[in-house]
Design a protein around this ligand. Structure first.
Ligand SMILES: Nc1ncnc2c1ncn2[C@@H]1O[C@H](COP(=O)(O)OP(=O)(O)OP(=O)(O)O)[C@@H](O)[C@H]1O
Ligand SMILES: [Mg+2]
Length: 364
């Protein structure tokens, strides 16, 4: 029995026992973490009051209970209390020896880009980008020559042929734009670390988005006013938020859509590396849009360079985001279902001394 108890407590995934009347009769510690509530406060409560599942489960659940068969549900949004829903897999099975009781295991499925990937993204990006940078440099000069020649030609030709020279000029511009993006990636300097008010960064990004690429969007602010200062490079953070807002705006219906900028504090969020080192990343920033979601085909690779779901996309936006966040020892992840795509960034807070210095400086 004791070993049963310790197995139950050590299970690293949220697990629940549900009785005949759909009430929670036991929850393990990962489950408490998932619900953000203590065992005491949830025992005896109806499970579907505590856990919101975005799928019509009841019938299947009843069937599993009656027939004593397990039930697996992949890729459902599971929410609890005031936390935003996570995409999860549910595994439900009858509890042997307890007629009518079920055990339910919830496995949150974070998409891509978490830190373990972050490092590989960085090195893959670096070699691909290094090559591309060299090419960019070599291609830009002859390209300028081609464009110039086409423009000269266009001065004395028939209107039909004009179409052709216009095409040469337009396509060359497109290549130049791509090359400039590649160069921007390569030119990224190491972050200039200082305490940063994330809400200022979000505001700047929001205003600039609404004036330009995001003019058709509604951008809602949902800020935790007590959020402490982050630690990093404000210009690079701005670039990150702009890239994410741009993607959300491009994914939305041309008639418009809604983006929510959310910040909150999660004091227990900790980054652990495989070498055992780690640090706290308590500042959470979410950029949530209600667009169609990440295309199925590229879902797992969106943070890699040159991966794009768009006809004219270069696929560098998220690679740059991922590089900046990993240069800041932060963490980025994405979850996406149609109608709800969340990019979540977790950052360090500014060291105490640093925020005191700036507080003093600004008081002077
Ligand atoms: N919020 C989102 N909703 C839907 N799809 C998205 C979203 N964000 C990213 N994507 C998908 O991920 C792909 C990669 O994004 P990324 O920003 O890296 O490149 P891009 O936008 O195609 O090109 P670039 O940013 O270099 O102009 C996009 O092409 C798009 O298909
Ligand atoms: Mg982009």
């Amino acid at each position: 029995m004791n070993s049963d108890k310790s197995i139950w407590a050590s299970l690293p995934v949220p697990a629940f026992i549900i009785d005949v009347e759909d009430r929670i009769t036991d929850v393990n510690s990962a489950g408490e973490g998932f619900l953000n509530a203590s065992q005491k406060s949830v025992l005896g409560h109806p499970v579907w009051d505590q856990i919101a599942v975005d799928a019509p489960l009841e019938e299947a659940f009843e069937r599993a209970r009656k027939q004593g068969t397990p039930l697996f549900v992949n890729d459902v949004d599971v929410g609890s209390g005031n936390r935003s829903p996570l995409q999860c897999a549910l595994q439900i099975a009858p509890l042997i020896g307890h007629q009518g009781s079920m055990i339910m295991i919830i496995t949150p499925r974070e998409l891509a880009g978490r830190m373990t990937r972050g490092n590989t993204v960085k090195s893959a990006a670096q070699s691909a980008i290094g090559m591309a940078e060299m090419l960019a440099h070599e291609i830009k000069n002859p390209l300028a020559g081609i464009t110039g020649a086409a423009q000269l030609l266009s001065m004395n030709i028939s209107p039909q042929d004009l179409e052709l020279t216009d095409l040469i000029v337009a396509e060359s511009r497109r290549i130049v734009k791509l090359l400039e993006q590649v160069e921007q990636f390569g030119n990224l300097s190491p972050p200039d670390f200082k305490p940063v008010n994330i809400h200022d960064v979000l505001d700047r990004a929001r205003r600039s988005a609404l004036l330009g690429f995001g003019a058709h969007m509604r951008i809602i602010e949902d800020y935790d006013p007590s959020l402490p200062l982050a630690y990093g490079d404000p210009d690079q953070f701005l670039q990150v938020v702009l890239n994410l807002l741009k993607n959300a705006s491009e994914a939305a219906d041309p008639k418009g859509g809604t983006i929510r900028l959310r910040t909150y504090y999660e004091h227990s969020f900790r980054l652990r590396r495989s070498d055992g080192s780690g640090h706290m990343l308590p500042l959470q920033i979410e950029i949530i849009d209600d667009g169609p979601g990440l295309p199925e085909k590229i879902r797992g690779d969106i943070f890699d360079p040159f991966v794009s779901g768009k006809e004219n996309g270069t696929g560098l936006g998220l690679a740059l985001v991922s590089k900046i966040i990993s240069d800041h020892d932060g963490w980025i992840s994405a979850e996406s279902v149609p109608g709800r795509t969340v990019f979540r960034i977790s950052l360090r807070r500014a060291p105490k001394e640093a925020s005191e210095i700036t507080a003093q400086e600004s008081a002077e």
